[in-house]
Design a protein around this ligand. Structure first.
Ligand code: AP5
Length: 215
């Protein structure tokens, strides 16, 4: 893999960004940064930002640009980002992408994982997450080895509030209106790569790694 990969993962909610981010992170030894996970943790610990973000996230709306831009500006200054990083869920609007440019962050790759809305809707009903460590499973395609407990830390698995079918529909609408235009934004910069999401996780991983030149 090229030295210092600074990767953006694009894709609809549930396309598999978080799942592939974990695999790339382990293979390339760079951190995977999920704005969604950072916001959910802030909600769980009851910080000021979490309280503000809660109503947005629970109805499937985007949290205001200035909040997530602030999160990313702080996070990218951490030591572990010096040799590269994966952005999972940021940017999600053109103003967020422009803010990243203004920060002087030079992105090396943008990879969009493409999955149809119909498959997203049926897939989200089976997602299970660990509230304690954030691990993600799927009851059919990626079950926890520990049943309804987390295979990593043993805590109970739960269903995300925003995986309710009506909220998933809102998130898909938001994605098509506000995030999909980023494909053009990055295609014009010559950075966009497309991966077709497959039925099997490992097949999507193989295509993702090939697109990024990872073994
Ligand atoms: P966030 O947490 O980023 O949610 P999302 O983008 O909607 O994406 P998901 O985490 O739902 O899905 P994913 O693509 O990571 O899929 P996963 O790998 O889990 O954001 C949540 C909210 O936070 C937003 O709605 C917004 O309110 C706010 N927010 C976050 N960032 C923001 C920003 N920049 N600006 C403003 N607001 C922001 O996979 C899904 C399921 O499918 C899993 O169960 C998995 O096991 C399974 N699966 C994955 N791949 C496959 C496969 N190939 N075959 C079968 N099953 C698969």
């Amino acid at each position: 893999m090229k030295h210092s990969v600074r990767l953006i993962l694009l894709g609809a909610p549930g396309a598999g960004k978080g799942t592939q981010a974990e695999k790339i992170s382990a293979a390339a030894n760079i951190p995977a940064i999920s704005t969604g996970a950072i916001i959910r943790e802030a909600i769980a610990t009851g910080t000021e930002m979490g309280t503000l973000a809660k109503s947005y996230i629970e109805r499937g709306a985007l949290v205001p640009d200035e909040v997530v831009i602030g999160i990313i500006r702080d996070r990218l200054q951490a030591d572990d980002c010096k040799d590269g990083f994966i952005l999972d869920g940021f940017p999600r609007t053109v103003p967020q992408a422009e803010a990243l440019d203004q920060m002087g962050v030079e992105i090396t790759d943008v990879l969009s994982i493409e999955v149809s809305d119909e498959r997203i809707v049926s897939r989200m009903g089976g997602r299970r997450v660990c509230k304690a460590c954030g691990a993600t499973y799927h009851v059919e395609s990626n079950p926890s080895p520990a049943g309804d407990k987390c295979g990593i830390c043993g805590e109970d698995l739960t269903i995300r509030k925003d995986d309710d079918p009506a909220v998933v529909q809102s998130r898909l609408t938001v994605y098509h209106e506000q995030t999909e235009p980023l494909k053009d934004f990055y295609a014009k910069k010559g950075l966009l790569k497309i991966v077709e999401g497959q039925e099997k996780l490992e097949d999507t991983t193989a295509l993702t790694f090939a697109a990024l030149g990872l073994n």
